[in-house]
Design a protein around this ligand. Structure first.
Ligand code: EPZ
Length: 421
């Protein structure tokens, strides 16, 4: 089993280039099923979730060509199955996008219930509400979701809860439906806009992605031969911004979209660090301990839940007491027990956590409880005094491309070690 060994006490300095967004790529690849033709996607992050999705697409009959680790051509002309391998779909969350895509193109889909990070209950009732509103029959039984429709007809769908997955899935299922679909109360994350932009390059007619109302005018067919570049990963960029805050560093984060990080930028400035946006780069630097602050995670453009653990590391060593309220997931504080092993003083109270800032953290053996917790613990190990060993890297490799290499290039003393047992 691999582990990361981190020798702490480093102030991170230098430049880091951000990869394409995981949460966009895991939707764009299933979206290629909507066209019977060829799509080329560039700036794809080289992560395990992407590899799993490509394997599933091949099992459905797609032909995948990897031109580079970050450029993929998908030929979906000869799809011969609408049943995704049930043993694979449970390995990650985004497998549910296969339902929207297969239903949209083939009017049927059988997909295993999704997996993904353990953040508490992760229902898909809003996805099902959308599919049924479009005219599909949906059944969830024996660990799989079966959806079918004689035809799909556009309609108005109000999301009872702001959901990234349901918003994207309804877009996927409705681009080829008859008539117009309106999604009310949609999610507005950058990856929602990215999927809409990709579908529109293939001839879909989607307007308002990223706003409070998304309107999809159904078209009869999408056009192949589209080429599309995945949007830079807002969460990876934010992860590195917070690593500069936690280590009193000086980082230039390149190939990102600063306005996607306005909320985090405001919080980082509140904590006493400096942030400067320059085109497609963000400069973050500080020589002081972070000030305390409070925050509540919310749908975009609020503070992203996917940056909550990384922010937790900064608050664990901040000057004073801070509170985080997790507004999206039932249980996203598992990482605090690991930080407490490193000397943090964090108390969980349901969907809130109280951070009594300590002067410093101390290296310890810790484990990644989920993807973003893993990234947070890397930051903690770099900021801490002494040596940290981090296990359960499978979580991290799902969503971050070459993360230890990127941290090493900005000064971290971090090695991936394979343990013989
Ligand atoms: C996406 O998950 C991301 N994953 C998550 O990122 C991210 O935390 C989340 O959006 C919120 O931004 C991917 O894009 C693959 P939701 P998703 O549907 O789509 C409730 C990471 O670290 N809900 O927006 O599953 C749900 O329980 C991962 O990259 C329903 O109640 O999230 C949650 O409380 C972790 N019914 C809230 O809505 C539904 O049908 C938001 O969930 C759907 C969701």
């Amino acid at each position: 089993m691999d582990k990361l060994v981190i020798r702490g006490g480093t102030r991170l300095k230098g430049e880091v280039t951000i990869s394409g967004a995981k949460n966009a790529a895991v939707a764009l690849l299933p979206a290629t099923l909507l066209v019977d033709g060829i799509s080329t996607i560039t700036n794809v992050p080289n992560i395990s979730d992407v590899k799993i999705i490509c394997t599933i697409l091949e099992k459905l009959g797609a032909n995948i060509t990897w031109h580079t680790p970050n450029t993929i051509t998908v030929d979906t002309t000869h799809i011969h199955s609408t049943t995704a391998p049930l043993d694979m779909t449970s390995k990650f969350r985004a497998s549910y996008y296969l339902i929207g895509s297969l239903l949209g193109r083939c009017k049927e889909a059988v997909v295993g219930l999704p997996g993904g990070c353990n953040l508490g209950a992760r229902p898909i009732d809003q996805h099902i509400k959308g599919f049924e509103a479009l005219g599909a029959n949906v059944e969830v039984s024996q660990g799989k979701i079966s959806a079918s429709a004689k035809k799909l007809v556009g309609t108005s769908i109000y999301l009872d809860i702001v959901s990234v997955g349901a918003t994207i899935n309804i877009m996927l299922a409705s681009v080829l439906a008859e008539g117009t679909t309106i999604i009310e109360n949609p999610a507005k994350e950058p990856h929602i806009v990215d999927v809409a932009n990709f579908l529109n390059t293939m001839g879909a007619d989607i307007r308002g992605a990223g706003t409070d109302i998304i309107k999809i005018n159904g078209v009869s067919k999408l056009k192949g031969n589209a080429t599309y570049s995945v949007v830079p990963d807002q969460i990876e960029a934010g992860t590195f911004m917070l690593s500069a805050v936690a280590t009193k560093g000086d980082l230039i984060i390149k190939n990102c979209i600063p306005e996607h990080l306005d909320c985090l930028t405001a919080k980082i400035i509140e904590m006493g660090a400096n942030v400067e946006a320059n085109g497609d780069a963000i400069h973050v630097w500080t020589s002081q301990r972070p000030n305390k602050t409070n925050l509540k995670t919310q749908p975009y453009p609020g503070f992203p839940t996917d940056l909550q653990p990384q922010m937790g590391v900064c608050l664990a060593i901040a000057n004073g007491t801070s509170i985080i309220n997790e507004g999206i997931w039932e249980s996203r504080f598992q990482y605090t027990a690991e930080l407490n092993k490193m000397g943090a003083q964090i108390t969980n109270q349901g969907k809130s956590a109280i951070f009594e800032g300590v002067d410093t953290l101390y290296g310890a053996p810790v484990e990644a409880t989920d993807l973003r917790a893993g990234a947070a613990l890397i930051i903690a190990g770099i900021a801490a005094k002494g040596e940290t060993s981090l296990t359960n890297l499978i979580h991290i490799d799902r969503g971050y491309e070459n993360i230890e290499e990127k941290f090493r290039k900005i000064g971290a003393n971090i090695q991936r070690v394979t343990e013989e047992f």
